[in-house]
Design a protein around this ligand. Sequence first.
Ligand code: ARG
Length: 423
Amino acid sequence: MKKVVLAYSGGLDTSVAVAWLRETTGAEVITLTVDVGGGSLREGVERRALSAGASRAYVIDARERFVTGFCWPSLQANALYQGVYPLATALARPLIAQLLVEIAQREGADAVAHGCTGKGNDQVRFDVAVHALDPSLEVVAPMRVGMGLSRDQEIDYALARGIEVPVTRGFSYSIDQNLWGRSIETGPLEDPWVAPPSDVYAWTVDPSRAPAVPAEVTIGFVGGLPVSLDGRDLSPVEVVDTLSALAGGHGVGRIDHVEDRLIGIKSREVYEAPAAAVLHVAHRALEGLTLTREQLRFHRLVADELAQATYDGLWFSALHRDLRAYVASAQRVVSGEVRVRLDHGQANVVGRRSDLSLYDRALATYDAEDAFDHAAAVGFIRIWGLPLRTEAARQGSAWAWTEPLVDELPVRVADATPADVAG
Ligand code: ARG
């Protein structure tokens, strides 16, 4: 290995990794910092990278592309890992991996590196994505191959080399953040019975301390993508940043999850994802109005598959690509507006409308304008129930395996008297 491009957050681990890579391998180290929003870009990262021994430091603003190329397809698919995690960390990995590959190719580097440990999902995502794009690149993870220093040792290591340390001793969480969400683990969270201490949260207020008056926001969608808030057209990054601040201010978007990592470990994770929480709820509501029952059912399967593949680091797989293409196509009618009320930690849909709505009031109403053909239901039900009547005729009725109920339940009987009949 002669030249390596390191994914550099500017935090303690990767700052130490710059020096460690140079000292133990003798390779030239170039750092790449990707701004994925949400405060992920630290002050003075270039300066810190160079002071740690990098020969060149890249910083790339990928916020817009992160939203449009990664968060949006995931939102369109309703992809939530294990039904709850909006995948913020998992979605940023393939983007960062792709940029690592591109910078490595531009610099003529023979390797890329990242600061992941050998226990998490992120190492898998980086390694697999890099090799899907460029199998010739070596991937090095110092934390996996000998850099195993404790937090305090890392601080000492950095101080001994004059590397400015961006942290304080004793701080106990591992945090990853981008504009789609904030992921917090370790420290007191490692006991799944312990309620998350209030200092794990940075983007959301305690729901019990949220403003007394709920807020309402109208989200405009075109083709399954949010394009406006309260009638104002916004860029993708603005939509997410604006909703994040608004919903976070009402305590929306806290997730406390014991999740199954790809490498077989259960782990307790806390997430803050106010914008994702609101957008997911709103998007599903609009799908409910504009897609058929069969599409909605199929989408639940696709959502699970896409979430799993994203989580498992398979963004650049053929399956993932083809599922995204299906979802994008299925979104062509998911246009309209959704009203969401933000109230003490809850994001509740209170209204939805669309020019392409499949909801037909004339069919749904019980009023006089009812246009539904009630008599036609009889024929429909005869055909619908035909297989069960055939079963009963050929194989015996469901009585054969059904417990009688009337003898088991308290029954009250009232008989009509002649007076009742006369009245
Ligand atoms: N468990 C989440 C995931 O695998 C988040 C990982 C967050 N990483 C961190 N250093 N806190 O996507």
